[in-house]
Design a binder for this molecule. Structure first.
Ligand SMILES: NC(=O)c1ccc[n+]([C@@H]2O[C@H](COP(=O)([O-])OP(=O)(O)OC[C@H]3O[C@@H](n4cnc5c(N)ncnc54)[C@H](OP(=O)(O)O)[C@@H]3O)[C@@H](O)[C@H]2O)c1
Length: 324
């Protein structure tokens, strides 16, 4: 690995994904946290909020037009959608060589940004300094559908269930444990941004129905696919195993994976592989931790790729560790 240490700043560091990124950066031999921005926690010690971080850094309230002047090698935007504009404009104008990774949806449809879902797009990486990190549900959907793309007879239907950390920290019904108790909350039943994201990326329409559940972290994505020709479950499973054989963060399993086994882990599990009697309807299930492979871990893969570091630097082993 290069012996250079790269500086990294996180804007939106109070949030769930920001906290996971601080953990990953703390474990990274080639990255040093230069600044972390939060309005609410400004002045407080990062170490008092994040047990993985041991330095003296404090949260700061950094004005968006001042981020570029901080001169970090890498800036990660972990802000809600629609808040990246001023920061990116400032970096474009005065520090264009800064690597920017945006966790929001703001640049996922912008062709001048690299869309970083490494297992599918790393071959397209060509030194871009602007990286858009995929949506959490969108990661689970794409990895579940991608191996079957050429066999699809119509739009896959994707039934997604997320833990409520997916709704961020700004209070809403969808992250209110009281309202979620004994409950499952359907929302955005057509036209969710991740439906548009996956349709655009895979080049086929998908139909996505999201739900929030009372658990904190982790997504279950159950995908129904109509096939052009009859196929056998064993053949399909072998196809997924082959497609992801070299992928340390994707594990293909026989049974439908459980979200309780993926929480806190850095990869995706795909399994279930059930076909109808006529062989033309397939159901596949994928699970991931929305805050890790759905956000922070994927951002770390993208940062490592862009800095020329080993893609899995700082990311704990996944596939070779026994399942919980
Ligand atoms: N949660 C997930 O599972 C997940 C997965 C993939 C992608 N994402 C995306 O990643 C981004 C961050 O998600 P998150 O769940 O970490 O969000 P979050 O927990 O709600 O945190 C958002 C962060 O942004 C800051 N913030 C909130 N409103 C702001 C505003 N109006 N202007 C400036 N800063 C503001 C907050 O800090 P202060 O209020 O203290 O400044 C906080 O640090 C979002 O775009 C989200 O869609 C989330």
């Amino acid at each position: 690995m290069s012996s250079k240490t790269f500086s990294i700043g996180i804007i939106g560091a109070r949030g769930h994904t920001g906290a996971e990124l601080i953990r990953l950066v703390a474990a990274h031999p080639g990255l040093e946290l230069a600044f972390v921005s939060s309005r609410e926690l400004a002045g407080q010690r990062v170490a008092d909020h994040n047990d993985a971080y041991r330095g003296d850094l404090r949260f700061e309230n950094i004005a968006h037009d001042q981020v570029a002047a901080r001169g970090a090698d890498v800036v990660v935007l972990a802000l809600p959608n629609g808040k990246s504009g001023e920061i990116v404009a400032g970096i474009d104008a005065t520090a264009p060589g800064t690597l920017v990774v945006d966790l929001s949806a703001d640049h996922r449809f912008d062709p001048s940004w690299y869309y970083g879902l490494p297992e599918i797009t790393r071959g397209d990486y060509a030194g871009q300094k602007r990286i858009s990190n995929p949506g959490c549900y969108a990661t689970a959907m794409q990895l579940a559908i991608w191996p079957m793309l050429e066999f699809l007879a119509g739009p896959p239907q994707c039934f997604g269930v997320s833990g409520y950390s997916g709704a961020g920290t700004t209070p809403s019904d969808r992250n209110n444990p009281e309202l979620l108790r004994d409950n499952l909350m359907p929302y955005s039943l057509v036209g969710h941004v991740h439906e548009r994201e996956v349709s655009a990326r895979l080049g086929v329409p998908v139909e996505f129905m999201p739900h929030v559940a009372p658990h904190f972290r982790g997504i279950t994505m159950t995908v129904n696919m109509w096939l052009r020709e009859p196929l056998k479950a064993d053949w399909i499973r072998a196809r997924y195993e082959q497609r992801y054989a070299g992928e340390p963060l994707v594990r293909v399993v026989e049974e439908a994976p459980w979200v309780s086994r993926i929480a806190g882990r850095h990869g995706v599990e795909i399994g279930g592989f059930t076909v109808s009697a006529d062989g033309k309807r397939l159901v596949v299930v994928s699970t991931e931790d929305n805050l890790l492979k759905g956000a922070a871990t994927q951002a770390m893969q993208n940062i490592n790729i862009a800095l020329g570091l080993p893609e899995l630097a700082a990311i704990p082993p996944f596939k070779e560790v026994a399942r919980g």
